[in-house]
Design a protein around this ligand. Structure first.
Ligand code: AMP
Ligand code: MG
Length: 333
């Protein structure tokens, strides 16, 4: 190796170990920002983003060649052997479908595609189309074989959609990779699916803003957390407007329409982002009474509910450490 080549190699090695500012990339249809503070090297950020690419390649419902695309194409025909990522997330999704009584349903795919919310051709479907599509949504038909790591949708036209849980899985993976690289703290933000791991350098908790569902770049308040994930599902994430109505992307498997339960957003605080992501969607669809009951039945999980009447309620574990910062809203017991 000549002197120039050696010099270049040293520069590359040196730069990849050097601390760099927080990094952002587009994944899962949203901006993903990672801040690992003083342990954030280019190499470490890149290995997390590479892992996001891998997860998307297995789990995306909007990309050709993914496990999900293959399982959907083989619906009613044959089981498909899938990658461990796909099996793990689908198994977890099925568990949450069961515990939420089907409010969360990973076989929601045909309905998601019918509405196509978030894309240019989003529209309100005819009732006939909804009536035709709804019977294709039923998690109880989903067949998982753990020995073969295969997934089968037994009826033609059924489709998996893991959009409500994939970002949570990815956030957990990001934290695992960062911790394995001895990174003691950081904030992973996958378009509002946040994981604040470790504690701040001075030992104080993280202050995480809870988004104002009605106003861009605004928050309703701040939750203090240590080493937790905070995941929000809300009407503002993906929606379109028609005839003065807002149609958002969280669908009710009961009537096939965007879920209308008097809520604008639901936020879950948990140890695992996979749980937070699944539960934020499930609770949004269930509404306050049933959603609150579900959260109270699971130890170590808290929730914040923002209602259409601009009131906010939270479970006992979080409301103490929640600070309201937006005077248009009020906290209710
Ligand atoms: P999230 O933003 O995590 O609440 O997830 C919303 C996304 O999950 C949507 O864009 C759909 O892809 C999918 N989805 C919509 N409704 C449901 C539902 N009832 N159960 C499971 N996934 C859903
Ligand atoms: Mg979710």
């Amino acid at each position: 190796m000549n002197v120039n080549a050696l010099f270049c190699l040293l520069v590359v090695v040196f730069c990849s170990c050097w601390n760099v500012p927080p990094q952002s990339e587009l994944h899962f249809g949203t901006i993903c920002t990672i801040n690992l503070y003083d342990k954030g090297t280019r190499k470490l950020y890149q290995s997390i983003f590479n892992r996001f690419n891998e997860i998307e390649d297995h789990l995306s419902a909007n990309k050709a060649g993914t496990d999900i695309a293959k399982v959907n194409a083989a619906a009613g025909i044959a089981p498909v052997v899938v990658h461990e990522d796909t099996f793990t997330v689908t198994e977890a999704a099925l568990r949450y479908a069961e515990s939420s009584g089907g409010a969360f349903d990973p076989t929601i795919g045909p309905l998601v595609q019918l509405w196509n919310i978030g894309f240019n051709d989003a529209h309100v479907p005819a009732q006939q189309e909804i009536d035709y599509t709804l019977p294709l949504v039923d998690f109880r038909d989903l067949q998982l074989n753990s020995e073969q790591s295969s997934i089968y949708l037994p009826r033609l036209g059924m489709k998996l959609d893991l959009g409500a849980i994939t970002k949570g899985y990815a956030a957990d993976e990001a934290v695992r990779i960062a911790r394995e690289a001895k990174s003691p703290r950081g904030v992973i933000n996958l378009g509002g699916n946040v994981y604040a791991f470790g504690v701040k350098k001075d030992g104080s908790p993280w202050n995480i803003g809870i988004k104002d569902p009605l106003e861009e770049d605004s928050i309703v308040g701040i939750a203090e957390v240590r080493n937790k994930t905070i995941v929000t599902s809300g009407v503002y994430e993906r929606f379109f407007e028609a005839d003065g109505m807002r149609y958002h992307h969280i669908l009710s498997p009961v009537d096939g329409y965007p879920a209308r339960t008097g809520l604008l957003s639901t936020t879950i605080i948990a140890d695992r982002s996979l749980d937070g992501d699944a539960l934020s969607t499930a609770v949004f669809v269930l509404g306050y009474e049933r959603g609150h009951q579900l959260i109270e039945s699971i130890p170590g999980i808290d929730a914040i509910f923002v209602f259409e009447d601009m009131s906010i309620r939270g479970t006992a574990g979080v409301i103490e450490s929640f600070t309201l910062t937006n005077e248009l809203f009020r906290v209710r017991k």
